[in-house]
Design a protein around this ligand. Sequence first.
Ligand SMILES: Nc1ncnc2c1ncn2[C@@H]1O[C@H](COP(=O)(O)OP(=O)(O)OP(=O)(O)O)[C@@H](O)[C@H]1O
Length: 257
Amino acid sequence: MSGVTVRRGSTALLADVDWAVELDERWVVLGPNGAGKTTMLKLAGAEMHPTAGIVGILDETLGRTDVFELRPRIGFSSAATAQRVPTDEVVRDVVVSAGYSVMGRWREEYDDLDTDRALELLELLGVAHLAERTFGTLSEGERKRVVIARAMMTDPELLLLDEPAAGLDLGGREDLVARLAALAMDPDAPASVLVTHHVEEIPPGFTHALLLREGAVVAQGLLDDVLTEDNLSKTFDQDLELTRSGDRYFARRRVTS
Ligand SMILES: Nc1ncnc2c1ncn2[C@@H]1O[C@H](COP(=O)(O)OP(=O)(O)OP(=O)(O)O)[C@@H](O)[C@H]1O
């Protein structure tokens, strides 16, 4: 993204953002509610065009390319994608149908290779045992994993995850963080961007961070350089204490006595 601004009426959702993600990088985009994180992800996913500036994705430039050809190269998982899945769709088909760019349409026959790949991804996300269930019968955490598996079905070159751990219980969050960490450390995994509000949800293996506040970048770069108490406090407009334990981060408001 170069000089990217997104306006709605007189409000700038994003203001003059410069950002580059290389293919071997795993980024976390962190910021408070309303900071513009989802807007950034929608731009990166070719789901939205900027009001000004240039968005280049996988060697294509938004506005000069057919987004319908670009989108299958990008895996996008968000609460909105989960909501679009029909509740009566069988979990295995939710995943396998991504390869055919359909949602909610059950084909008579899928290729065996595709079905195997879908089951492999469900296994990777720890939900293979739910393959024959209908999507509507799953818990929120289970749905999240299925939608991530779906996002990976097309072997995307770019994987975008919008708040994958939101709404999960502690065990579910920890399990998902571990699975995303394994993915981040796989050299064959695609370039990834994960949006979150919580430093606790940053999977080990993620390399870079971008901190966003009110549509503007507070800091961006290597995770260890960017994730400081100072930057985090500016981003969330609070005096925050940040601790690192092994390869995980934890934050809370500073208690002054
Ligand atoms: N069409 C629109 N018109 C006006 N304002 C909008 C529009 N779409 C989004 N916004 C506003 O833009 C801001 C950024 O939204 P965005 O969804 O990108 O934030 P976010 O950082 O993902 O927030 P959250 O963490 O709450 O999901 C919000 O204040 C939102 O209300």
